[in-house]
Design a binder for this molecule. Structure first.
Ligand SMILES: Cc1cc2nc3c(=O)[nH]c(=O)nc-3n(C[C@H](O)[C@H](O)[C@H](O)COP(=O)(O)OP(=O)(O)OC[C@H]3O[C@@H](n4cnc5c(N)ncnc54)[C@H](O)[C@@H]3O)c2cc1C
Length: 273
């Protein structure tokens, strides 16, 4: 089956090309799209790409960070000011995947992929999208909730505030194949310490639902507590609440629910994996 490649000059043109053709898929780094094509996905008849380098830019202005959708994982690794994201990026695939895989592609990657997206969720990122109706910003949570209905939507980029201190942002990926296996679960936590207690807690998981999700029950249980054994106990007990993991080749849903609290505890207490 022939596949047409359509190169667009503007995001509006690309969004129009995506929304007018059910067989159209946006191609960024292509680590997932090309795999689908090579595996014979006949549902893809047109690849839409954008010749607009603006989407490959990283902008850092004070505490505010903007990553264009076409920023590669490698580009994040090369940016010293994004060092808190380096462990996240290093946990994704191998060098080839990181060289071409992008921020935008990660937003759409099906679970158990989407490790960077889990980290962005813990950073409370906003997503800019372009659809046939124009461009708009939304929370990453809102974006992920509507992702399956988002055919024809082009992600333009994400933006977020950098963590207040290096220790305020933590990330851990549990995988069976190291160093580049898919997640049993990935956990990102925003836990700024204010006088010995954490406030404005955000915890996000990859691999615990169809998309990356916030662990709201654990967040509520941890808010205002100290990061010690007693302080994290209630959050650990609530770790699996609100999750709906899948059983796949990596792990069963039962196993994911069993281990998520174990790894959340270790992450919050700063213990070895
Ligand atoms: C061997 C291997 C290992 C991997 N390991 C991991 C891993 O450990 N963790 C992980 O998270 N991921 C992993 N991945 C998945 C993938 O490489 C990454 O998620 C990567 O970030 C996807 O980016 P991409 O640019 O290659 O996406 P593409 O393949 O180009 O696109 C993926 C999907 O996103 C859509 N898309 C891409 N950009 C946009 C946009 N701007 N707007 C709208 N739609 C868009 C595409 O249409 C497609 O549906 C792995 C992949 C492979 C092949």
């Amino acid at each position: 089956m022939p596949v047409t490649v359509k190169t667009c000059a503007t995001p509006a043109e690309a969004a129009a090309a995506l929304s007018s053709d059910r067989g159209a898929r946006y191609i960024a780094g292509g680590t997932l799209v090309m795999r689908a094509l090579n595996e014979g996905d006949v549902g893809i008849t047109t690849l839409v790409r954008l010749a607009d380098r603006a989407l490959a830019q990283i902008r850092i202005s004070g505490a505010r960070v903007s990553l264009g959708a076409e920023v590669t994982l490698l580009a994040i690794l090369r940016e010293r000011e994004l060092s808190y994201l380096h462990p996240v990026v290093r946990s994704i695939g191998g060098p080839a995947v990181r060289t071409t895989g992008t921020v935008g592609g990660n937003l759409f990657a099906a679970s158990p992929f989407g490790d960077l997206t889990a980290a962005l969720l813990a950073l409370d990122a906003m997503v800019s999208v372009q659809s046939g109706y124009g461009a708009r910003d939304m929370t990453l949570e809102e974006f992920l909730a509507g992702r399956e209905r988002a055919a024809g939507t082009l992600a333009l980029g994400v933006s977020f505030e950098r963590p207040a201190s290096p220790d305020a942002f933590r990330y851990r990926k549990i995988a069976r194949v190291k160093p580049k296996g898919a997640s049993v679960v990935s956990i990102a936590a925003h836990v700024p310490n204010m006088g010995g207690r954490v406030s404005n807690v955000r915890i996000a998981y990859g691999g615990m639902a169809a998309t990356a999700i916030r662990a709201k029950a654990a967040e509520r249980a941890l808010e205002g507590r100290a990061l010690d054994e007693a302080g994290v106990a209630a959050a650990v007990a609530a770790a699996a609440e609100g999750t709906s993991p899948a059983t796949d080749a990596i792990a069963s849903a039962w196993y994911r629910r069993e281990v998520v609290g174990v790894h959340l505890r270790r992450l919050l207490l700063g213990l070895e994996a």
